[in-house]
Design a protein around this ligand. Structure first.
Ligand code: BG6
Length: 475
């Protein structure tokens, strides 16, 4: 079996983890510019430790990233050589609006992305653009508290409007907000939220979520008006929760955990808050303040497709002894599933879980779905002859492509494309490491910031090239 000719094979990145050039081209200070590598990273990305500016005591991997800012031509040429039909990237908000509240955009920032898109289109690569991927202007964090404030909606809408006006003729595929459900786990990294002492965290988080949802719906509306051929999607950090056992309590708990995540894209895709979320917010006294007209905005501006990241399934048990045996996952830790192997970072490896996720999302939303992140973070070794034999990565990708083949050809899921994460090595969002590599293209940069930025093909480069050439028939 294989995939249709118009299937969008490619890869995914995000500005916050690869672009660099943090103080070039008129760019302003962004949340990711103040997130260091090291022990303070986690308290900062969770919003517990308050920072406003980088300092001399920390190393900030996003400042230079992998220097995509200066290497994009070379990088896109390598992606073209692999046969990419689609390239996911994000725009750095502060390259377009350095402080976030200006009236007019920074033309130097516009020119940079114009050139990146031209480079993609030159090779017939469709850009897929995340308007926000773990990014917010620090000026707005400091002055209005980022998404805590309703004012953020206006700034986001102004930013999105400029993107559709200026790039709508070049970019067909858009995502409003990357992994919107990460707001729960990583309030600062995902949404620029820092908590003051005594603040009701849950209330603040769900109010911010409402602002993001209204902003996303308004951006979808404007995108549809300004770029009528564009498709605009939502984005979920996915991976179903499995009940550890068939004990009814475990099954129910797995449903509840999944709902915590679906909550957001239920709104973006179906246009209304699901009943369970309304009941829960009412019960817990965290119902967001809504303005008249908000519900109509959500209802009338749903997304065209549903995108998601998938690295692993998750597992949950209500038995404290079993639940105590946790393993790491994409930020959300999971009960260890005894049937699965794990990556070097503890993330469970479950290709069939991708088929489960694809089917669940299509059953739930009945809209085209798109895998915009998947992959294995692993340490790579350069052999004496300069080669990098990343068979472990090939094995992971092969098994996941097989699972998506089943979802498409056996289950009939309308899958638009497959964009493995970090097709070129980049900084890990969770840990800030470079040594957690996902790419088919190696980048000479280390956890401490040393390295030349030289690019090098891994074994997976030629393997993936062949997969694309054969439309997935030969894995
Ligand atoms: C997703 C994010 O959560 O997972 C990416 O959208 C991130 O930004 C990816 O890089 C992998 O996570 P990590 O922590 O290994 O970089």
């Amino acid at each position: 079996m294989s995939f249709s000719k118009d299937f969008l094979w490619g890869g995914a990145t995000a500005a916050n983890q690869c672009e660099g050039g943090w103080n070039e081209g008129g760019k302003g200070l962004s949340t990711n510019d103040v997130i260091p590598h090291g022990k303070d990273r986690f308290p900062i990305i969770k919003g517990d430790m308050i920072v406003s500016a980088p300092d001399a005591d920390h190393y900030y991997p996003a400042h230079l990233g992998i220097d995509f800012y200066h290497h994009y031509k070379e990088d896109i040429a390598m992606m073209a050589e692999m046969g990419f039909k689609c390239f996911r990237m994000s725009i750095n908000w502060t390259r377009i609006f350095p402080n976030g509240d200006e009236e007019k955009p920074n033309e130097e920032g516009i020119a940079f992305y114009d050139s990146v898109f031209d480079e993609c289109l030159k090779y017939g690569i469709e850009p897929l653009v995340s308007i926000v991927h773990f990014d917010a202007p620090m000026h707005l964090v400091d002055t209005i508290g980022s998404w805590k404030s309703r004012k953020m909606i206006d700034y986001f809408v102004r930013y999105a409007t400029v993107l559709f006006e200026r790039f709508g003729h070049k970019v067909k595929y858009w995502l409003t907000i990357n992994e919107i459900n990460m707001l729960i786990a990583l309030p600062f990294m995902a949404a620029g939220i820092r908590f003051e002492e005594g603040e009701d965290r849950k209330k603040v988080t769900y109010q911010a979520a409402h602002h993001e949802l209204v902003a996303s719906a308004l951006a979808t509306k404007i995108g549809h008006e300004l770029a009528p051929n564009a498709m605009i999607g939502c984005m979920l950090a996915a991976g179903n929760y499995y009940p550890y056992s068939c004990r009814p309590e475990d099954v129910w708990e797995s449903i509840c955990r999944d709902r915590d995540n679906y909550f957001f894209i239920d709104v973006q895709s179906r246009g209304e808050y699901p009943a369970f979320a309304l009941k829960q917010m009412e019960r817990e006294g965290i119902m967001p303040v809504m303005e008249p007209g908000d519900l109509a905005i959500l209802k009338e501006n749903t997304v065209d497709f549903v995108t998601f990241s998938y690295y692993a399934s998750r597992c949950v048990s209500t038995d404290p002894e079993i639940a105590g045996k946790q393993t790491a996952g994409n930020i959300f830790a999971s009960t260890k599933n005894p049937y699965l192997k794990r990556s070097e970072w503890g993330w469970q490896i479950d290709p069939l879980g991708l088929r489960v996720t694809l089917n669940t999302l299509y059953d739930r939303y009945q809209k085209p779905v798109f895998i915009v992140e998947n992959g294995l973070g692993a340490k790579d070794t350069i052999e004496e002859d300069g080669s990098i034999n990343d068979d472990y990565r090939i094995d992971y990708l092969r098994a996941h492509i097989q699972a998506m083949d089943d979802a498409v050809n056996l289950d009939g899921v309308p899958l638009m494309g497959y964009l493995p994460w970090g097709c070129i090595d980049l900084v890990s969002a969770g840990t800030g490491e470079m040594s957690k590599r996902y790419g088919m293209i190696y980048v000479d940069r280390e956890d401490d910031g040393s390295g030349t930025f030289e690019r090098r093909k891994k074994k997976s480069f030629d393997w993936y090239k062949h997969v694309i050439e054969t439309d997935g028939a030969e894995l």
